[in-house]
Design a binder for this molecule. Structure first.
Ligand SMILES: [Fe+2]
Ligand SMILES: [Fe+2]
Length: 296
């Protein structure tokens, strides 16, 4: 583990050329149900090559190997202090956009463009303004990469730690490398949890979702918070796994997570949103719900 920490900046620790490769893989697994025929703009985002598939596989090998119960608790105790940086919300989008990677800059949207496409798609469909803001903020947690965190500790499908892994999680075979897999405290169905304890009492693998949830915790309605916290928990909201950990509140909130997820996955378009034109609307939306500055 110590050695791994030192290698976080290396290709070995960060196999993806771009964080988008994870999202493209999710899109392959969960394609949009009715893609309008002739919608070339969306088809373009479907070009998926074997080389990418290999890097994604390697990414999941690392993710499933190192996301242990102890790892999650350690990351929470570090990053949830929010003592690293503080800045106005609009500046935070520029900060997030420092996250540029090796992928082709001509075809890839920057992080803020993806956030705006997500929030604009939600707004177009007439959803409440807090959900628009949820869309705008949902990937802010990717700044974890700028603090030197490896890709496998920032993105990827999320899953409960401290109990048995569902075999519906992508590449379940890689969990055999995780020390928790053979630890009797963690490898039974309930593990450290109790039946029906509710997801709020369950530690989920660490990444940009939990981080942004904690960042927004006091500022968005419960439905929006569920969206932020669980939209990458595909084994739950797409595969229906882990029912035995849920309480009635989780079951009630599931529909909101399901409502949000497609806006993240299917709103991508090569047409970049007009940041300057949209700014006044979003400045006032931010003012309505969020404090002046965000703490990281
Ligand atoms: Fe995300
Ligand atoms: Fe996203």
């Amino acid at each position: 583990m110590e050695n791994q920490q030192k290698n976080f900046g290396s290709k070995e620790a960060n196999p993806l050329q771009s964080l988008d490769e994870w999202e493209d893989d999710v899109l392959e697994r969960y394609p949009e149900p009715e893609i309008k025929s002739g919608d070339k703009s969306k088809e373009e985002f479907r070009n998926y090559e074997t080389t990418v598939r290999d890097t994604v596989k390697e990414f999941y090998r690392l993710n499933h190997t190192y996301q242990t119960y102890d790892f999650v608790k350690e990351k929470k105790s570090n990053f949830l202090q929010f003592n690293k940086k503080e800045m106005p919300v609009w500046e935070a989008f520029d900060f997030l956009n420092q996250l540029v990677d090796d992928s082709d800059p001509d075809t890839d949207l920057d992080q803020f463009q993806h956030l705006l496409q997500t929030s604009e798609a939600i707004r177009r469909d007439g959803h409440p303004d807090w959900m628009v803001l949820t869309g705008l903020m949902h990937d802010m947690g990717k700044v974890l990469c700028l603090f030197g965190e490896p890709q496998w500790a920032v993105v990827g499908d999320t899953f409960p730690v401290g109990c048995a892994y569902s075999n519906k999680i992508v590449y379940p075979e890689f969990f055999e490398n995780n020390p928790d897999y053979s630890n009797p405290n963690y490898n039974s169905q309930y593990g450290v949890y109790e039946k029906g304890c509710g997801l709020r009492n369950v530690h989920i693998s660490w990444g940009h979702d939990e981080y942004v949830y904690q960042m927004m915790k006091d500022h968005l309605p419960e439905e929006g918070l569920y969206m932020l916290r669980y939209y990458s928990f595909y084994a739950w909201h797409r595969e229906g796994e882990y029912d035995y950990l849920l309480d009635d509140h989780d079951r009630e909130m599931l529909k909101w997570v399901k409502l949000f997820n497609p806006y993240d996955l299917y709103s991508k378009s090569p047409e970049p949103p007009d940041k300057n034109k949209l700014r006044p609307y979003y400045e006032s939306l931010i003012k309505k719900y969020l404090p002046e500055t965000l703490k990281f």
